[in-house]
Ligand binder design. Structure first.
Ligand SMILES: [Zn+2]
Ligand SMILES: [Zn+2]
Length: 289
């Protein structure tokens, strides 16, 4: 598969399995053109051992992925998935600046203190007005895009994970978010993990992808693999989705020396693929996104 996978986790985050080397082997076996390891940056202000590695594990993580990067030059990249939370921006920035990450996936998993994609905190949906949840989420994602911290925005409409849909279109709010993302110049990933969550569709939706494409936002790919065998999962579907949204090309990342962030390259898709909406069985599990 002539695609990269930039969103993969490892056992260090406490809710995935496998070592970075096993993810790299899986990517090579599947014929991907590159892989980025992007485990969860230690969650701030307090670590949750089921959600991220601890601060003292970060150095080992970087060293281990850098060794793979040296062994497979131009193939393996050192990434990380960092939570965007307004009150921790300074600490996250300093943590990111202290390590030579090739790229950073920026994700919103919390609205205030509520981990809205955490199955342990699902009950809170019953106490919330769902349209307000979506509007607030879009605002925070827009802030994340503008923070300058991130290369790629992760699972852009993660708030749909458990199938709680807004009761109205939210077109105005969505247009505003897309405009902010386009202006910020960040990439958006097509994240196939959503196909295996209750919502049963990739992040973001076809509707959002069409708007992003119209606004000139480049897309790339992430499986959000939490096991090595999930690397590159459903990427045929992701390509068809991108093409159905109007994309003729996708973005890939090229690592730079001396700890500088990766350069973004554009790659044309081959022949158009047929797109079909699908809803596979989606057992609820404890994994994020
Ligand atoms: Zn992830
Ligand atoms: Zn995530």
């Amino acid at each position: 598969m002539q695609l990269p996978d930039y969103h993969t986790h490892t056992a260090r985050c406490g809710h995935a399995s496998g070592h970075p080397g096993e993810y790299v082997e899986a990517a090579r076996a599947k014929g991907l053109i590159g892989i980025g390891i992007a485990d969860h940056l230690p969650l701030l202000p307090e670590r949750d051992p089921e959600l991220s590695m601890s601060a003292c594990e970060l150095g080992d993580y970087v060293t281990e992925v850098q060794a793979l990067r040296a062994r497979f030059p131009d193939y393996v990249l050192l990434g990380v998935e960092a939570d965007y939370r307004p009150h921790t921006v300074l600490e996250v920035r300093s943590l990111l600046d202290s390590h030579p990450f090739d790229y950073v996936i920026g994700s919103v998993h919390h609205l205030g203190g509520w981990g809205f994609d955490d199955p342990r905190q699902m009950d809170e949906y019953a106490d919330r007005e769902i349209d307000n949840v979506w509007v607030e989420y879009f605002e925070v994602v827009g802030d994340a895009a503008e923070s300058g911290l991130f290369t790629i925005l992760g699972h852009l409409d993660l708030v749909k994970k458990f199938g709680y849909r807004p009761t109205r279109t939210l077109g105005t709010e969505l247009d505003r978010l897309v405009e902010r993302v386009a202006k910020a110049g960040v990439l958006v990933e097509i994240n196939t993990a959503g196909l295996h969550r209750p919502v049963g569709e990739a992040y973001p939706s076809l509707d959002i992808l069409r708007r992003l494409c119209d606004a000139g936002v480049a897309v790339t790919f992430g499986s959000d693999a939490h096991e090595p065998q999930e690397v590159g999962r459903d990427f045929d579907h992701a390509v068809a989705l991108a093409q159905a949204a109007g994309y003729a090309a996708f973005a890939s990342l090229v690592g730079q020396p001396n700890g500088r962030r990766a350069q973004v390259c554009s790659n044309p898709f081959g022949a158009p693929a047929a797109f079909a909406d699908r809803r596979p069985p989606t057992p609820l599990d404890k994994r994020r996104s």
